[in-house]
Design a binder for this molecule. Structure first.
Ligand code: GLP
Length: 241
C-alpha cells in the first residue's frame, strides 16, 4: 500500500486530482470508478478546473459509481446521481450514456444489483476506483460486518453512517435506510484503487487499515489484499497511524 501524506484537505484534493488527470490523459478511454461524500468534492473541483483550463477530455471516459441511495430519484438533490451532475458530469464533456450509477428507485432492487454488476463486466471492469472511507471504516456502503465476497447488493445503512450523512438532508428522518452498493468483491476487482481521507474523524478507520489485520469489522481492511492501492491522506487522518 502506497501512502502519500499531505498537509490538509486542499493538498489531498490537489494530489488526487494530479494522479487522476495523469491517468485520464494517458488513457483517455479508461473506466473510472467514482465516489461521493464530502471527501472527493475538492478533487472533482480540480478536475473541472483542469478540463476548463487545459482541455483534458472526458468524451471517451466511462464512469461507474460505487453506490446510490434506495428510494431517491435521480432528481433528488441528495441522490448521488444529482451529486455527480453537480460536481463533475455537468461541468466536463462526458457523454452521459457512459456514466453509470445504480438506480435506487428501481422496482426490482435485486435485479438492479445484478444489472449493475453485469454492466461493470460488460465495460471491461474498473481501471481506477476512487474511494472515500467512512468513520466506521466502510467503503462504498459496505458497513462493518459485510462479508468481503459480496458483490453489488442492497445495503442497510448503520445509524452512524446515516447520522454522518444527515448533514446533507433537512432532517434525520429523510436519510434513507438503504442503498445499493458495489460489494467489496466488486471493489477489489478494480485494477487500481485510490483512497482519500481527510480529517481527524477518519483517523481511527485509517489506523485500523494501516496497522491492523484484515477483519469484517473494518470493511476497508479488505484493501490489504489488493495489489495496487494508493492512499492520499492528510496529517489529521493519519494522526493515529
Ligand atoms: C458515504 C459514501 C462513501 C463515502 C463515505 C465518507 O457513506 N457512501 O462512499 O466514502 O460516506 O463520506 P465523507 O467523504 O463525506 O466523509
Amino acid at each position: 500500500m502506497n501512502v502519500i501524506q499531505v498537509e490538509n484537505y486542499e493538498d489531498m484534493s490537489q494530489k488526487a486530482a494530479e494522479i487522476l488527470i495523469g491517468k485520464i490523459r494517458r488513457f483517455p478511454a479508461m473506466n473510472l470508478g467514482l465516489a461521493t461524500g464530502g471527501t472527493p468534492i475538492g478533487t472533482y473541483r480540480r478536475l473541472v478546473q483542469d478540463h476548463q483550463m487545459n482541455g483534458t477530455s472526458y468524451q471517451n471516459i466511462t464512469t461507474v459509481n460505487l453506490d446510490e441511495y434506495v428510494g431517491l430519484s435521480e432528481h433528488h438533490p441528495c441522490s448521488y446521481r444529482y451529486y455527480m451532475e453537480a460536481h463533475l458530469f455537468g461541468k466536463v464533456d462526458i457523454d452521459r450514456r457512459n456514466t453509470h450509477l445504480p438506480n435506487g428507485n428501481a422496482e426490482d432492487l435485486k435485479a438492479e444489483c445484478d444489472r449493475y454488476e453485469e454492466r461493470i463486466r460488460e465495460i471491461g471492469g474498473i481501471d481506477v476506483q476512487l474511494l472515500g472511507i467512512g468513520r466506521n471504516g466502510h467503503i462504498g456502503f459496505n458497513e462493518p460486518g459485510t462479508p468481503f465476497d459480496m458483490r453489488t447488493h442492497i445495503a442497510n445503512l448503520s445509524l452512524s453512517t446515516r447520522q454522518a450523512n444527515a448533514r446533507y438532508f433537512s432532517s434525520m428522518d429523510e436519510v434513507p435506510t438503504q442503498a445499493i452498493s458495489m460489494g467489496i468483491a466488486t471493489i477489489l476487482e478494480s485494477r487500481e484503487i485510490l483512497l482519500l481521507a481527510s480529517g481527524e474523524d477518519k483517523a481511527d478507520a485509517l489506523q485500523g487499515l494501516l496497522n491492523g489485520q484484515k477483519r469484517f469489522s473494518l470493511p476497508a481492511s479488505a484493501l490489504l489484499d489488493h495489489p495496487c492501492v494508493t492512499i492520499v491522506a492528510d496529517k489529521e487522518a493519519l494522526s493515529k497511524s
